[in-house]
Ligand binder design. Structure first.
Ligand SMILES: Cc1cc2nc3c(=O)[nH]c(=O)nc-3n(C[C@H](O)[C@H](O)[C@H](O)COP(=O)(O)OP(=O)(O)OC[C@H]3O[C@@H](n4cnc5c(N)ncnc54)[C@H](O)[C@@H]3O)c2cc1C
Length: 458
């Protein structure tokens, strides 16, 4: 522990008591890495429960020159919330109250530690739901900070589209509000957008106003096998280009299906497959089903069987959300490196077929799947931790995939953020001048560079 952190502890430990966490056994619980980056034990964790407590921590840390790492539940995949030596990790998961549900305005106000599943449980009786669904049961604060998305984004948007306003504690302890409850505003710079995706480098989100959506009258979901990967991807492209408002359209290649079959005890044919969901009135979903079935038939799709059975739907999406641990379980002792490239929809087939060819040529185990309706696909490299050669090969394949994405106007990260893993790619994507402007913004808000240092920028 640094002397600055130890000095900070003499003041704050008296205030926070057991919520000032220094014991090794308790700090070890925060040593999380769901991605391919090394898990690091934080030097100290503090667990504020109120906005004034967060402000108190920020003011004291600023005075002592101690870096701060905001933490939700640590499910991010690019080392985004990983501990930093000499830093104080601020665990926001205890700020987990749903403050208000304003059903008439289809929004709610939550503390940052509310999880997406917890929020939807609270909303159960309202006829409304919160749509953004990363595979993990992440916190709303973490999802805002990474600008997360999930299977529903093709219809309901990402966090960027679903955050109306924020309360943020700045590095000097000031509390600011951004946004409004109105659906639109032209009042000044859009600070809500600035903080959404800032990965804890500009401030700590202590309250969020988020959009809710009506639970649809009819939900149909189904599994749709294809003869070829290209046929499945072409069907997705045609569906989106036809303006059919699918609620979810997820691709799983045969390796991903094999992983899900074994992990989630499914029995799906090991073929390129789409998991599809439609939302609307019975008439609308029937019409949508007929339209996409016709598009798929022309591309080598099997029969599209859809069901309104809620249990079947739960099994299906639980399996999809568990695809990352399912991939990891393909090879005993392996870890996964999850990429999340996103390309314009018209270039999706080239991107995915190119990725598959490069993975196969390299002899790597790596399912491809993803939120393809958004042009967003994941390659989960499944690697033994000490297989240096395979890691170097995966790095090369990943760089090729990113280079292709950037050459066609795509992005190195559709939803996981930059963290420590994509800092070079940030420059390749935006150019040195744009990244320098980002750094200037960071310096303006956090002149001492205390918030989540080492993340986002090299
Ligand atoms: C199995 C699995 C599936 C996943 N699927 C998806 C997916 O489909 N889509 C997707 O987008 N992601 C996915 N992820 C990644 C992950 O769930 C998201 O990145 C999520 O947004 C992280 O939330 P968290 O609460 O775990 O945040 P953490 O990992 O704790 O933190 C993430 C970032 O947010 C910052 N932060 C946390 N809370 C605050 C706050 N209150 N104020 C300011 N900064 C804060 C941290 O400093 C860090 O930079 C998946 C992860 C796993 C393990």
């Amino acid at each position: 522990m640094s002397s600055a952190l130890a000095a900070l502890g003499t003041g704050l430990s008296a205030i926070f008591g057991e919520r000032w966490v220094t014991s090794e056994s308790r700090r070890a619980q925060f040593m999380i890495s769901e991605g391919h980056h090394q898990a690091i034990m934080p030097d100290v964790v503090v667990q504020p429960h109120t906005i004034p407590e967060v402000q108190q921590v920020m003011v004291a840390a600023a005075r002592a020159g101690v870096p701060i790492v905001p933490l939700g539940v640590g499910t991010s995949l690019e080392g985004n919330s990983g501990a930093v030596a000499g830093a104080l990790s601020v665990d926001l998961s205890g700020m987990d109250r749903v403050i208000e549900v304003a059903a008439a305005d289809m929004l709610c106000v939550v503390e940052p530690g509310v999880t997406r599943e917890g929020l939807n449980t609270e909303l159960r009786s309202t006829g409304l739901f919160f749509s953004v669904d990363p595979g993990a049961n992440a916190t709303i604060g973490g999802m805002i900070a990474t600008r997360a998305s999930g299977t529903n984004a093709v219809r309901y948007g990402t966090m960027r589209d679903n955050v109306l306003g924020l309360k943020v504690v700045l590095p000097d302890g000031r509390l600011i509000s951004t946004g409004t409850r109105a659906r639109k505003s032209s009042a000044g710079y859009d600070l809500t957008y600035l903080f959404t995706g800032s990965e804890g480098t500009l401030g700590i989100v202590v309250e969020a106003t988020v959009r809710l959506h009506g639970i649809p009258e009819t939900i149909l979901s189904g599994v749709w096998p294809f003869e070829t990967l290209g046929g499945a991807v072409d069907t997705v492209i045609a569906t989106i280009q036809s303006g059919i408002a699918v609620a979810r359209i997820e691709l799983l290649d045969p390796v991903a299906i094999r992983a899900c079959n074994a992990y989630a005890k499914l029995d799906l044919p090991e073929q390129p497959t789409l998991f599809v969901e439609l939302h609307g009135s019975p008439l609308v979903v029937a019409e949508q089903q007929a339209m996409i079935a016709a598009l798929g038939e022309a591309a080598g799709g099997g029969t599209l069987v859809m069901s309104a059975d809620a249990d079947e739907r739960r099994v299906l999406w639980r399996a999809r959300h568990a695809a990352l641990p399912a991939a990891r379980a393909l090879v005993p002792g392996a870890v996964t490196w999850s990429t999340d490239i996103c390309v314009p929809i018209s270039r999706l087939a080239e991107a995915i077929e190119g990725a598959r060819a490069a993975i196969d040529a390299a002899g790597l185990v790596a399912p491809i799947l993803g939120h393809v309706g958004d042009g967003n696909y994941h390659v989960f490299f499944v690697l033994q931790p000490d297989d240096v050669e395979s890691w170097a090969t995966a790095k090369r394949v990943n760089e090729q995939m990113i280079a292709f994405a950037l050459s066609v106007g795509g992005t190195c990260t559709g939803e996981h953020g930059i963290g420590i893993g994509k800092r070079e790619a940030l420059v390749a994507e935006h150019g040195a001048d744009a990244v320098e402007l980002m750094r200037s913004l960071k310096r303006a808000v956090d002149p001492a560079g205390l918030l989540n240092p080492g993340k986002m920028f090299l």
